[in-house]
Write a protein that binds this ligand. Sequence first.
Ligand code: ATP
Ligand code: MG
Length: 434
Amino acid sequence: MEKIAAPRGTADLYPPESGRWQALEARAREIAHRFGYGEIRTPMFESTDLFVRGVGETTDIVEKEMYTFADKGGRSLTLRPEWTAPVVRAVLEHHLLAQGPQRFFYVGPMFRYERPQAGRFRQAHQFGVECFGFAGPEADVEVIALAHDLLASFGLGVRASINSIGDDVCRPRYREALVAHFAPHRDELSLDSQSRLDRNPLRILDSKAPQDRPFVEGAPTMLDVLCEPCAAHFAAVRSLLDAIGIPYDVDTRIVRGLDYYTRTVFEFISTDLGAQATVCAGGRYDGLVAALGGPPTPGVGFALGMERFLMILEKRGEIAVGPRAGIAVVALGDAARARAVPLVAALRRASEGLAITIDYGDAKIASQFKKADRAHARAAIIIGDDEMRDGTLVARDLATRGQETVPALATDALAAQSVLAWYRALRPETEVAA
Ligand code: ATP
Ligand code: MG
């Protein structure tokens, strides 16, 4: 029979890789918690209209990347291509803003029909936060600091790149300035940028097409035309970042091609990633809640690409395999196996987080040790004919290869306690490193 493969642009995760994901997710949750952000989970699919209105008709996402389908009831639904619009939808649906400012984080998959390549998938995963209800620069700085602290907690030397894209007052002026700058070169621009020139000229700044680059480089910058309140907001963001020691650069080419994005935009870019260099992107979106039918409410947030983050960590060897941990029970023969089952059960009940594994097959002792070693277990408990006869267990330290005989006490619970006491007394692996 012909085998069926996973869809292009998706990935299966299994150990040890899934362990790295768990470690990253745990760290992200922990840092979000420290900043007072609570988890929000929304459906994997939403009404297509939500994204058309909430992401914007002239964006790449809505123009060409959405997984849109009609369900059997004829509704147009779309797999979530990003999280901000669904979060705003949920916040409005449950009237959460009536209780004042709100802080949320999310972690999970998003779906975009893109050309799969390194760091670019059709099902990708994002961790992100959204902070609602604060118009001042402190909230911008808070979310930038949260992203920074997450990246920095893995030992990465990270700098934020920040910019301001102004507001309803000054951005129209900037649009005009951009059109005046690009229009004389219309024919030299990429086809995408030619259409952006009419529909959304800011997005030309975001272009990855090489032929656009010279014109982008010479383009006027938003910072030159910011209105006074936007300039003051940007200056305050900068001085607060300085005050809490977050390193950043101003990069005037960072934009968000959406009308309800306002003022601060930022990215974290890694030199380790090549073409798909942006690991985290965010900004302020003071117009979005109102655009989705809610009370005018400021918001700011970011989304961090987890695949890209893990790629950086892998390149840097930052999420290395941890120290050896856990106990492999090695039972040799039918009788020993029968004896091992209740002992394993007792160990698992008492183990406080240690992994207790057992091979139920007939493999020889050497091959069971090899497996335990590959699984990175710290210890093995061996039950063979001699141990069955003598009422003992052999406890082996897989890091030092030293072993000793321990009495198998009257009950499994007591035997488990003495095994775990022996295990806890082992010297840390770092001290016994070969
Ligand atoms: P890009 O310019 O790389 O297409 P984007 O502007 O579309 O990114 P955002 O919508 O801002 O990206 O998403 C935030 C983050 O999610 C990105 O910085 C990136 O790390 C990650 N990301 C976006 N699209 C993908 C994808 N197709 N595969 C993997 N990660 C992605
Ligand atoms: Mg994209």
